[in-house]
Design a protein around this ligand. Structure first.
Ligand SMILES: Nc1ncnc2c1ncn2[C@@H]1O[C@H](COP(=O)(O)OP(=O)(O)OP(=O)(O)O)[C@@H](O)[C@H]1O
Length: 575
């Protein structure tokens, strides 16, 4: 049953805090139970009054019970709230841990905004599950049982009336609960959807503005927000229905008990003090019933959130990161043998049969029309996805046999349009190798022709770049990405050239950088520019998921029609 799975996950988060839960729970309970003694003490005070005994003792006792009960209850509440924060923290940590280890293929299918809302807003709901949920419900049950026992001692008939009301309320609340849960799940889904829409807008902010699509996007986000509001209102509606029925029933019970009890007092079957105490207990029932409704609602909310969190926890993750260890710096060779791949069972085949070999060292260029499957070659090498058949080897060893951490530590990967991360330029450079020394940073800066940029920036390497800092140009961004990959000392550099045209100066720099890097390691570059292609040691021509030719620039110009055509059009060669 999925419900039990949700509880199991919830308990996994709570387990480290079980002592606090127990302590807080017991304290809250003691605080509530102290309240139970109050009507009894009131009866003693009234009896003492009637019998003209001293009131000092009973009144002091009553005051002490009130104060002590309140103090213990408040302490219990604090301990529970603290534990609630601890549970939210555990859930967030474990969720973030899981999220970063998810397979790329899983993240492809998820909307980033929705994912964010699961980590931020859904986890917040867990706080209340134990504080306002379980503990309040348990202490309410204790109060109820305690009150019922005390009432039984006072008068059986009046208790019967009260119990009838209780059962009525119970069944009503039971009917309403599933509706609360459903509405609460829908509210959280709507908040997630809102996050997803907002994320879409922020990702394409300039396009949204340039397209004059602000109003339409505002309306879309607004629709999601409205949905969240409507679902939230539905939760409030059903909670109020449950609350008001509990309250009205208690009032009805009060009137009935007052009527029947009054008659019994008149006939001498019941003492006045007992009737007053009974009525006080009846009032005591109202609070725990409300508390129970509130508690169960909170649990429903929490369970709905756990369900969404569980969906992420249950997605397949990559194998646990192994210590990469030292991977050496010797250039590595690569081979693809009969590789077939598609991004999903319902997706078209991207690689039909890809076979090629890249010896260690030097520069190999992958070329081919858009959509031929070149970037996919890199994604498979990094093991972001797994091929359906065929073998991919690095250094003659099947990459499936490599510990993932070691494999990725051997590769340097520069994405097409590689992003600059928010932070200083230094943080960007050492992102893949935080322990790298100053001398190595300087060497790589020189190699990637970034020294000029560093000299120009107001605070050198410490200058903030990215969203909240200086925006780098396309060429600079690409060289920063190459420097970042190189600082990891890769044995094989995978470079997906940006498709956007660079100016002549940047293009020359890029060519120099690649040529120099190819002297120290293997470079596999997806080339969109003539300058990169002509200097390659070998060129692999891909078309529609197959390798159709391999050779040098001049060999392919002579021997391959597609290459000649690409050279003439894509690489701007004179025909
Ligand atoms: N993450 C993904 N999920 C699903 N399909 C994808 C994914 N990435 C790429 N594809 C599809 O796989 C095919 C090959 O894409 P790939 O990026 O490997 O081509 P490419 O040769 O690098 O093209 P380009 O030169 O335009 O970058 C395309 O049809 C693309 O739509």
């Amino acid at each position: 049953m999925p419900e039990t799975a949700s509880w199991r996950l919830l308990f996994a988060y709570v387990r480290p805090h079980r002592r606090a839960l127990l302590l807080g729970g017991v304290l809250s309970l003691v605080g509530s139970l102290a309240g139970l003694a109050m009507p009894l003490l009131a009866k003693v005070v009234i009896d003492a009054f009637g019998e003209q005994r001293s009131l000092v003792g009973p009144v002091l006792g009553l005051t002490a019970a009130v104060l002590l009960g309140a103090a213990v209850g408040a302490l219990g509440r604090y301990v529970l709230e603290r534990m609630g924060e601890g549970v939210v923290f555990s859930a967030r940590r474990s969720l973030v841990d899981r999220m970063l280890r998810l397979r790329v293929s899983e993240v492809d299918r998820l909307k980033p905004g929705d994912l964010l809302s699961r980590v931020t807003s859904d986890t917040t709901l867990l706080r209340a599950v134990f504080t306002d949920g379980v503990v309040e419900t348990v202490s309410a049950v204790f109060m109820l049982v305690g009150a019922v026992v005390m009432m039984a001692i006072m008068d059986g008939l009046l208790l019967l009336i009260t119990l009838t009301v209780l059962i009525l309320v119970g069944s009503l609340v039971g009917l309403v609960m599933p509706r609360i849960r459903r509405a609460s799940t829908q509210a959280q889904v709507a908040v997630g959807e809102m996050g997803a829409v907002l994320d879409r807008v922020l990702q394409a902010f300039r396009t949204v503005k340039a397209s004059g699509a602000e109003d339409r996007e505002i309306a879309t986000v607004g629709a999601a927000a409205r949905e969240a509001r409507d679902r939230g209102v539905a939760v409030a509606w059903w909670t109020s229905i449950a609350g008001i029925s509990a309250w009205v029933s208690a009032q009805l019970a009060f009137v009935a008990v007052l009527g029947v009890g009054g008659a019994r007092v008149a006939s001498g079957a019941l003492e006045v003090s007992s009737l007053i105490a009974f009525l006080l207990y009846l009032f005591y029932l109202v609070a725990p019933i409300g508390q129970m409704v509130q508690g169960v609602t909170q649990m429903q909310n929490g369970l709905a959130a756990v369900k969404r969190i569980r969906e992420i926890e249950e997605l397949p993750a990559e194998e646990a990161a192994d210590a990469a260890g030292t991977v050496g710096t010797a250039p590595a060779g690569v081979s693809f043998e009969g590789v077939a791949f598609r991004y999903g069972d319902d997706r078209p085949v991207v690689h039909h049969d890809v076979s090629f070999t890249v010896p260690a060292g030097g520069m190999t260029a992958l070329v081919g029309p858009s959509g031929a499957g070149k970037s996919t070659v890199f994604a498979l090498l990094e093991r972001f996805y797994e091929q359906q058949s065929g073998t991919i080897s690095v250094d003659g060893r099947d990459i499936g046999q490599w510990p993932l951490g070691r494999l990725r530590a051997s590769l340097g990967y520069v994405e097409q349009d590689a992003p600059v991360l928010d932070g200083s330029l230094r943080e960007n450079l050492v992102f893949a190798a935080p322990e790298v020394g100053e001398a190595e940073i300087r060497r790589v800066l020189a190699l990637t022709r970034l020294e000029d940029l560093v000299a120009r920036l107001p605070e050198g390497l410490e200058t903030k770049v990215g969203h909240r800092g200086i925006m780098l140009s396309g060429g600079e961004r690409q060289r920063v990405a190459i420097a970042r990959a190189l600082l990891r000392r890769p044995r094989l550099l995978l470079l997906d050239e940006a498709t956007s045209q660079l100016d002549a100066v940047n293009e020359l720099r890029l060519r120099e950088v690649i040529a120099e890097v190819a002297r120290e390691t293997t470079v596999l570059v997806i080339a969109h520019r003539l300058s990169t292609v002509t200097t390659a040691d070998r060129i692999v021509v891909m078309e529609a998921g197959r390798v159709r030719a391999v050779g040098t620039h001049s060999e392919l110009l002579d021997g391959d029609d597609l290459y000649r055509e690409l050279a003439a059009t894509q690489f701007l060669l004179p025909t």
